[in-house]
Design a protein around this ligand. Sequence first.
Ligand code: FAD
Length: 392
Amino acid sequence: MPFRGVDYYAIDSLLSEEERLVRDTFRRFVDEEVMPIIAGHFRDGTFPKHLIQRLGALGALGPSLQGYGCAGLGPVAYGLIMQELERGDSGVRSFASVQGSLAMYPIHTFGTEEQKRKYLPKMAAGELVGCFGLTEPDFGSNPQGMRTTARRVGQGWVLNGEKRWITNGGIADLAVVWARADEGAGSPRIRGFVVERGAKGFSTRDIHGKFSLRASVTSELVFEDCQVPESALLPGTDGLKSALQVLDQARFGISFGVVGAAMACYEEALSYAKERVQFSRPIAGYQLVQAKLVDMLEKITNAQLLAWRLGRLKEAGQARAQQTSLAKRHNVRIALEVARTARDVLGANGVTDEYQAGRHMCNLESVFTYEGTDHIHTLVLGQDITGLNAFT
Ligand code: FAD
């Protein structure tokens, strides 16, 4: 059955015609091309690679970037694409987020004209896949401590170190990698590099055994005296703040994306509850079940309004990173709660992959942790409102 969406507060009427059109295009795409295959990929632990070029053709890769084959859409349209993709699966949305926001955006923002021309049109089309390597085995929430280094040697750089938990790593043609760059003068500063697959000393290893984001590739990136030319450096990058600026883009998309996962869970629980008869009537007729459904709807409505408002602030150039933190923190929390409640309403059926809620619930555990854990966003907001740093 086609997905109808959840819109208790007529939020549709706050969207432009173009935004609704984009949303509906991706809603159809997910109904027709993602839903029929996603449970199988989740079960097998594989990413549906055949969707990559379809996502490119539909304009889902770097949709809010200008030029270089990108769609140049506004932030709300971009957010709605993420919402629809995550309604299918967080793994599919993660692919698009990483490609567009974590790999293409830094090239677009910090790269040379030559780098942009070389990579962006092919990445927008899905002909080249990118990944973003910031996290290391010993440095997740605290990337400032990273050990990966880049040393200037002759006309290029030599990278050494290891990145872990990198989405798309094993299927990427290029990695945007953050390293402590020793430029010969002054103390090393964190800078971004584009490392192409095939660069000498660069290898990837996929991470298996995940119970979350199973339909997504997660990998380690290993750099052993990896030699890259001078042109690999993203010259506009200047310290960790550049990497954080990149993450802010993806967090914005997550704020919308997880609403899609929550909507899918709510819709599934609602229709199940109306049909499932226990004792004398459908379980939807019992007060305790109604309270759960109402809680879900209320949470989704709050999250939709928060995401929409953040989008409009971003459009006006007024969104602060802390506001994105609040939306990421709130919306991922509620999506996880909605997924868990939906799983409960489905009873035993909720623990099988015949239904979606369990898959979304497991996926959202990763989303809770990546792009700044729930705690880290709490600390960002705590610092913003008190002026006091509670990180260390
Ligand atoms: P830690 O930082 O060790 O945190 C463990 C716990 O301690 C958390 O609950 C955390 O909130 C808490 N904690 C840490 N510091 C504090 C503090 N000061 N105060 C209170 N609590 C604290 N990274 C990339 O670079 N690129 C990717 O593409 C990418 N994709 C990912 C995909 C998946 C499926 C997953 C699971 C992760 C991915 N990550 C990626 C990594 C992700 O960003 C990190 O896992 C995340 O930043 C948390 O780091 P950590 O796992 O090392 O946890």
